[in-house]
Design a protein. Structure first.
Ligand SMILES: Nc1ncnc2c1ncn2[C@@H]1O[C@H](COP(=O)(O)OP(=O)(O)OP(=O)(O)O)[C@@H](O)[C@H]1O
Ligand SMILES: Nc1ncnc2c1ncn2[C@@H]1O[C@H](COP(=O)(O)OP(=O)(O)OP(=O)(O)O)[C@@H](O)[C@H]1O
Ligand SMILES: [Mg+2]
Ligand SMILES: [Mg+2]
Lengths: 390, 243, 318, 241, 288
């Protein structure tokens, strides 16, 4: 008779603000499940998911994890997507001493300091500062050296953390911060903000924002004719195909973070196959059609778990955690090694520059050449075009 | 265009309460007919029946225009207004947060009255100069008597063939009652209106009445063919003239 | 306290529920039930509180989420600053939000009907902006709360939270019930029906409205105080969530606003349904079902469930 | 006249640029019956709004039983014994007729009513007014006439020393007018001062010991009904030829 | 100085767009006394229709907004029918109606999510990236086009309400339906028309919204506060008052963004509303 299924439990944002990412992540996770079951499952048991929609509401997360653990009695748990939805699960998971692979939480473990927490986002051991390091290091290499920087961010969790990191990096690198403000998530028009920035004539403009603001900032910057020499940094949304298509040439020369782009330097084993499957599955689901940004990582955080279970041949959480701390995992997002705090041992936040983007064409982003990796050096696929406004 | 109003054997009421028991009334072209009767005898109910606000349980109500009969039963109030019957309702029912002028303009909503809006407005302001002064005041903040003027003027804005007035004197100072009745008389003459007026105040009503009915407990107790006829009636003598 | 037999029955039931709650914590260890019921209890307090102003007094408060959030943030701030134990945090939240309610009460001096409702909405947005800019409690980044591993009397922290919440809920129901039937309740109803006439009948309308808004605020603050310890992570977006405001309006509406039991029924029903749906139909359908339920209930039973029952009883009497 | 229970001095009220009341002076003796008449829009309702506190006057003072009540909110005045009925009835629609009366009994007449006696007192008032058989009906379903009675009943339930009745009889039948007159007279017999605003001259003349006439916000006459009727100013402004 | 003028200009451009979002609400909420909390959700539907026809057929968003308006009108009329049958006829409107429209809002949001997902949507049009440069004042067409369309629509609605018989009947209908019948108007049809008109404006407002920035299904919630605040500030139902309130909110937000730091903008705008209400309880231009 068939072996008892192995249940993996999690909550996921399938409605509410983060549902776009949450659903894309779920598609990736289901691809992993199909792959692993095709290989005979984990420990010879078929893998099953038990998951609930947290509606992007942190308050829904604790009941979901208590239910997963107490009623559904899942064997393993993984996190929801995003800091706000990961943090509320922590106390529950910690109390049961479970391994907790986490999907894109920013510095969650700074507070909890939990040694069985493993974060798949390549932000590095000090996520807040590692996030913007590349932007400022690239700036330092330019000649003449830029002097002033404006930092602007959305008034919400991730953006504020990213801006805080940027502030630190900017000071450390000796830039003068001439503008440093936040804007509310409900902002409709960004031109007053860009004008206020332009009035300070900064050399660099570091923006930390969510998708609608990123779009608004890029448009306003183009309309106002922002004269900064580098523009971008921490804008979420520019990684998504629909927004890339809409902004088109307005994106050119923007330097922004990313986690994966189809450049030859990042062609890890398995990633092409995974993306092909994802793009097939994503059709008509209203999620990012290319899926470069988040889905490979959602696949990878389960790959990590898979390898740990297979290697230790157990579900013993202590053994799994020990294994995960010491191993370098081979995943579709490349080699992953966790540091002691559960973040990547070394940062791999990419700085990519949009290049040569044509209007109204989504297909152009499927292949290389449009988003050149400038940083880190190890993954570099081209040189920076500087200054931004040519 | 000659028009008359015929009410035949109407019975009506509110739920279980029967108010009108077989009332027949007719108003001829150009006449002023008064419906007398003290409180609660069914004057307003009859007017509501004609306007389609209360549906009679039996009997018929006709509007006759140039010999052609139009059945009013089952029509909505707005359809009846459209036929050219206007009413100054009990309690005035102005639109309190609209200005006097806006109230009057709404009076001309009916298709047949829209084209003559400007002329009628001027006419009303001429007849009621107070309203011209207060044209931008909100109707709700006018005093009772002022409101009654707005209500009469508003009803006339619809260019009615027949005007129904429900107790124009209620809540008015005696002097205002005099003036109001005089105004209605003036309007009637200048506009050659056909008027059916419900009133408790016999002394005032008689000033404009060509003839009248006395309604008691929902039945027509007396039909007076002329003002004199009414004045000579026993009931009237007893109730109103203190004889 | 005991004015008639109904009162005696009510207090017995209340005591029984509290005892039963405690009994359950001593026998059932499965934490899920406590977390699920916690959410329903929280919703019940919010609905009962909203109804004191909205149902009894006739002033619609759109800003429930603000009171809830300020309750939560008061607890966060005091926990961080002084590390006070839970009962003090709850009392402090009640005090702060009660004061806020008092302030809102002064708005009723000049604002009636929808103007008042919109003013409360505006107040919520202003307060959210303030919290968004207040670094001590994490500003827009949010703040983590670490809860103790072990607690006395209970086998887990969530059981303690559950008992606290149960007691608070029963307390607010008792207050609401007392108000509903008392002289004050009749004064509030008079205000709802016609404020000018109430004043001329000797009802000190301002004072009663202040009592009503203050109580409402304090109760909502009380509902918010334990929230940080329940989720362990609070940020303004989730604390000032529109759902909190919607639920606190929808639940009394569905249950019936004129009677104290209305919001309780509404909260148990809607809150219960939401909990069940969250863990069964796991998708957008969840929100859709709540939306449809709202529309259907409201269109088919505009007086709420209480109104439906009353109508039915009246018909049976005849 | 005994010591005045109410003294209105120099009361003025403006709405925007419009002067509704202009320096009104008025004194009322304890248990006096005063008729307040005047053309429509002359400011009668506005004046009693100022007396009951629904409006605050811009100038002048109002003294009730020796106490300046000009700045007191309406409920405090009600508690002192000033009661009024509204020209347009304002029942508490969610309540029964009886509950409507409980409100003033529990509030305005608080301290002057025993708690146990509230329902009994309410029924007594309803009996007096002739609404007892509707005590447990919803007030929203009352007819116009009954609503007016309820309006008066609620004012009485406040156990007032001064009752202001604003057109309580408009639209009532003559027998009903007589009924209400009787009620008011009976009440006055118990020592309650009454200000009656009414356009029904028969009622006013039959009731009032003294008449005050307003015209365009000013007091134009004050005297016995017989004098007033013969006053040429009054005739011109109010009664007509 | 530069910044100052630009802040005012940006505020006015944005304010006119806010007016387009609020004008329908000024009718339903301000005049009909229907607390249509789902109004912004309809605006989002308008945005989605503009997006669909723009991305599939390349149609101009403004054109789509105008073409879709009649369909919106019908939907609005239908919803009013339901609302009427369920609440108005039984006299239960205000509170229950509020909950009803909350439900409608959720249903709209979720259906959009179910059908199109939660991604941000944008439109493209040849003029959207362009700028009119007037010396130191820059006018992005992305905001100028909505400004022009919004102004035209608001003016048209205002003229309609104040100059036509139907318009005046709309102003009166909430006050006394029987009296309106006695003027010869059918209150139910008047309200139905008014509600349809209000929803029709959301079609245009939605197309403008998606020109200004990206749109996702629950974005409407952001506008609930703003739109209701604008209507109340303007004095409930007064269209000129509403326009001035919208411009005021737009300019205040823009000023605060430019000079004090954008994070305080909502507090200032809504604080202004609170203060206005405290001083003038019936809004800036309220009647009564
Ligand atoms: N909506 C109603 N529901 C129940 N009964 C009503 C209603 N309207 C009027 N009545 C009753 O119908 C009877 C006749 O009322 P109606 O208003 O026709 O009298 P009226 O002669 O116009 O008196 P009034 O002088 O008060 O205007 C009265 O007994 C009244 O109580
Ligand atoms: N809130 C207000 N705003 C503007 N004007 C007002 C207001 N209230 C009353 N008025 C005006 O003040 C004047 C006096 O009104 P009031 O109601 O006191 O008259 P009244 O003597 O009671 O008349 P009636 O006998 O017709 O009831 C009227 O001209 C009225 O239009
Ligand atoms: Mg009548
Ligand atoms: Mg008056």
């Amino acid at each position: 008779y068939a072996a008892k299924p192995l249940k993996i439990g999690f909550s996921m944002a399938l409605t509410g603000g983060l549902a776009g990412a949450g659903k894309a992540a779920l598609i990736a996770m289901e691809i992993w499940r199909a792959d692993v079951n095709k290989k005979g499952g984990l420990l010879g048991r078929p893998v099953e998911f038990v998951y609930y929609d947290d509606a992007t509401q942190p308050a829904k997360v604790p009941p979901i994890y208590t239910k997963l653990l107490n009623v559904d009695k899942v064997d393993l748990v993984v996190s929801s997507y995003g800091t706000n939805e990961i943090a509320p699960a922590m106390p529950i998971v910690m109390r049961k001493k479970l391994v907790f692979p986490s999907l894109f939480g920013l510095a969650v473990n700074d507070e909890f300091k939990y040694n069985r927490y493993f974060q798949i986002m390549p932000a590095g051991p000090e996520p807040k500062t590692d996030w913007s390091k590349g932007f400022f290091e690239l700036a330092l290499e330019q000649n003449p050296k830029p002097k002033t920087v404006a930092i602007v961010s959305a008034d919400a969790e991730f953006a504020l953390n990213a801006a805080a990191g940027a502030r630190k990096n900017a000071k450390a690198a000796g830039f003068i911060v001439v503008y440093d403000k936040t804007f509310p998530p409900s902002t409709t028009d960004f031109s007053p903000i860009v004008r206020a920035i332009e009035a300070e004539k900064p050399d660099l403009v570091y923006v930390a924002s969510y998708p609608p603001h990123s779009v608004g900032m890029v448009k306003a910057a183009r309309e106002v004719g922002l004269k900064a020499k580098m523009f971008g940094g921490g804008m979420v949304g520019l990684q998504f195909a629909a927004i890339q298509k809409n902004l088109g040439p307005q994106l050119n020369n923007i330097v922004n973070y990313d986690f994966w782009v189809p450049e030859p330097t990042l062609n890890f084993p398995g990633v092409k196959e995974f993306l092909a499957k994802y793009q097939e599955a994503a059709k008509g689901k209203g999620v990012d059609p290319l899926g470069h940004y988040l889905p490979p990582y959602a696949y990878a955080y389960l790959q990590v778990l898979e390898e740990a279970v297979n290697a230790t041949k157990s579900l013993d959480q202590g053994k799994l955690a020990a294994y995960m701390h010491k191993t370098t995992f081979k995943t579709v997002v490349g080699n992953v090694k966790f540091g002691s705090n559960g973040e990547w041992a070394t940062s791999r936040v990419l700085m990519v520059q949009f290049r040569d983007v044509k209007p109204n064409d989504m297909a152009q982003f499927a292949g290389p050449g449009k988003r050149i990796v400038l940083y880190p050096k190890a993954w570099k696929s081209g040189d920076i075009v500087y200054p931004f406004n040519q | 265009m000659a028009s008359r109003l015929i009410v035949e054997n109407v019975e009506a009421g509110y739920g279980a309460v029967r108010v009108l028991h077989g009332v027949s009334v007719h108003v001829e072209q150009g006449e002023s007919v008064v419906l007398l009767g003290s409180n609660g005898n069914g004057k307003s109910t009859l007017i509501k029946c004609i306007m389609g606000i209360v549906q009679p349980t039996s009997g018929r109500i006709w509007l006759e225009v140039d010999g052609e009969r139009i059945d009013l039963a089952g029509r909505s109030p707005q359809a009846i207004v459209d036929l050219g019957i206007a009413v100054v309702p009990e309690g005035r029912r102005l639109f309190p947060t609209l200005s006097v002028e806006e109230n009057l303009m709404l009076g001309a909503y009916r298709q047949g009255a829209r084209a003559k809006l400007a002329g009628n407005l001027d006419f009303m302001f001429e007849v009621f100069p107070v309203l011209a002064e207060r044209r931008n005041q909100l109707a709700g903040s006018m005093s009772g008597g002022e409101q009654q003027m707005v209500a009469v003027a508003r009803a006339l804005m619809s260019e009615p063939r027949i005007l129904l007035v429900d107790e124009p004197s209620v809540g008015l100072a005696p002097i205002m009652v005099n003036r109001m009745i005089a105004k209605i008389k003036e309007l009637k003459e200048r506009r050659s209106l056909t008027v059916l007026m419900a009133e408790q105040n016999f002394n005032q009503a008689i000033k404009i009445a060509d003839r009248g009915y006395i309604i008691v407990h929902g039945e027509i107790a007396f039909e007076g063919a002329s003002a004199e006829d009414l004045r000579a009636n026993d009931m009237i003598k007893r109730y109103y003239l203190g004889v | 306290m005991f004015r008639n037999r109904g009162d005696v029955v009510f207090w017995i039931v209340l005591g029984a529920v509290l005892l039963a709650g405690f009994g359950v914590t001593q026998t059932i260890a499965n934490e899920y039930y406590y977390t699920a019921i916690y959410a329903i209890l929280q919703a019940t307090i919010m609905a009962v509180a909203w109804n004191i102003l909205g149902g009894f007094t006739g002033y619609v408060n759109f800003g429930s989420a603000a009171f809830f959030a300020i309750g939560a943030y008061t607890a966060v701030a005091l926990d961080k600053w002084l590390g006070l134990p839970m009962p003090f945090l709850i009392a402090a939240s009640a005090a702060v939000c009660g004061l806020m309610g008092l302030g809102v009460g002064y708005l009723t001096l000049r604002l009636k009907g929808v103007y008042f409702a919109i003013a409360t909405l505006a107040m919520a947005i202003v307060l959210e902006t303030l919290i968004n800019n207040w670094d001590y409690v994490g500003a827009a980044k949010g703040v983590y709360i670490l809860t103790p591993e072990k607690v006395p009397f209970f086998s887990s922290y969530i059981q303690l939270l559950f008992m606290v919440m149960l007691a608070l809920t029963l307390g607010s129901i008792a207050i609401s019930r007392y108000l509903n039937a008392s002289r004050i309740g009749r004064g509030l109803a008079a205000i709802r029906d016609d404020e000018v006439a109430a004043e001329c009948a000797g009802v000190p309308t301002l004072r009663l409205k202040l009592i009503s808004t203050t109580l409402m605020g304090a109760m909502m603050g009380v509902a918010g105080a334990p929230y940080p310890f329940f989720v362990t992570f609070v940020d303004p977006i989730s604390a000032f969530n529109l759902f909190v405001a919607v639920n606190s309006i929808a639940m009394p509406m569905i249950g019936g606003t004129a009677h104290w039991i209305g919001p309780v029924i509404g909260a148990l029903l809607v809150g219960g349904a939401q909990e069940v749906i969250t863990v069964t139909v796991s998708s957008e359908l969840n929100v859709l079902i709540v939306g449809i339920m709202l529309v259907l209930f409201i269109t088919l039973a505009p007086q709420g469930i209480v109104g439906l029952v009353q109508k039915w009883m009246k018909r049976r009497k005849r | 006249m005994s010591a005045p229970i109410l003294k209105v001095s120099g009361v003025s009220k403006r709405f925007g640029g419009f002067t509704a009341l202009d320096g009104i002076e008025l004194e009322l003796g304890a248990s006096e019956r005063l008729g307040l008449i005047g053309p429509n829009g002359s400011g009668k309702t506005t004046l009693i709004n100022c007396i009951s506190g629904a409006l605050t006057n811009d100038a002048g003072s109002i003294v009730f039983e020796g106490q300046d009540i000009t700045r007191l909110p309406p409920h405090r005045r009600a508690a002192l014994g000033v009661a009024r009925s509204f020209q347009i009835p304002k029942p508490f629609r969610s309540m029964t007729v009886l509950e409507n009366l409980r409100v003033p009994l529990e509030y305005a007449a608080r301290g002057r009513t025993e708690r146990r006696r509230i329902d009994a007192d309410a029924l007594e008032v309803l009996e007096l007014i002739g609404l007892k058989n509707r005590a447990h009906d919803s007030s929203a379903g009352l007819t116009q006439v009954d609503m007016r009675k309820l309006e008066l009943a609620r004012a009485l339930a406040a156990k007032p020393k001064l009752l202001v009745s604003d057109e309580a009889m408009a639209g009532l039948s003559s027998s009903e007018v007589d009924e209400i007159l009787e009620i008011l007279l009976a009440l006055n017999g118990r020592g309650v001062a009454v200000i009656m605003i009414e356009h029904i001259m028969r009622a006013v003349m039959g009731f009032a010991q003294r008449l005050v006439v307003l015209d365009a916000g000013r007091k134009i006459a004050d005297g016995t009904p017989q004098d007033i009727i013969r006053n040429p100013d009054v005739e011109r402004a109010y009664l007509g030829e | 100085m530069d910044l100052f003028v630009n802040a005012i200009v940006a505020g006015i451009l944005l304010g006119a767009f806010y007016a387009a979002v609020s004008v329908g609400l000024a009718i339903t909420f301000g005049q009909l006394d229907i607390v249509n909390i789902a109004h912004p959700a309809f605006v989002i539907v308008g945005s989605y229709i503009a997006w669909i026809l723009n991305s599939r057929l390349g149609w101009d968003p403004v054109l789509v907004g105008i073409l879709a308006a009649p369909a919106f009108f019908l939907v609005g009329a239908l919803i009013y029918r339901i609302y009427y049958a369920a609440f108005e006829r039984t006299g239960q409107e205000s509170l229950s109606g509020l909950a009803f429209f909350f439900g409608v809002m959720f249903i709209i949001e979720v259906v959009l999510i179910l059908v199109y997902g939660v991604d941000y949507r944008l439109v493209s049009a040849s003029y959207l990236g362009k700028n009119i440069d007037l010396g130191f004042v820059g006018l992005p067409l992305r905001l100028v086009v909505p400004f022009v369309v919004a102004s035209a629509m608001t003016a048209a609605v205002w003229l309609f309400l104040s100059r036509t018989f139907t318009g005046r009947a709309i102003l009166a209908v909430a006050q006394d339906r029987l009296a309106l019948q006695l003027m010869g108007a059918d209150p139910v049809r008047i309200k139905q028309f008014a509600f349809g008109l209000a929803i029709a404006t959301t079609s245009v407002a939605g197309s403008l919204l998606i020109m200004i920035g990206p749109v996702e299904p629950s974005l409407g919630r952001v506008y609930i506060g703003r739109a209701f605040a604008i209507v109340v500030l303007g004095g409930m139902g007064s269209i000129p008052g509403m326009v001035i309130a919208a411009l005021l909110i737009g300019v205040v937000e823009s000023f605060v963004s430019s000079f004090a730091g954008p994070s305080w903008a909502p507090a200032v705008a809504f604080g202004a509303l609170l203060i206005t209400l405290a001083v003038r309880p019936s809004g800036l231009f309220g009647r009564a």
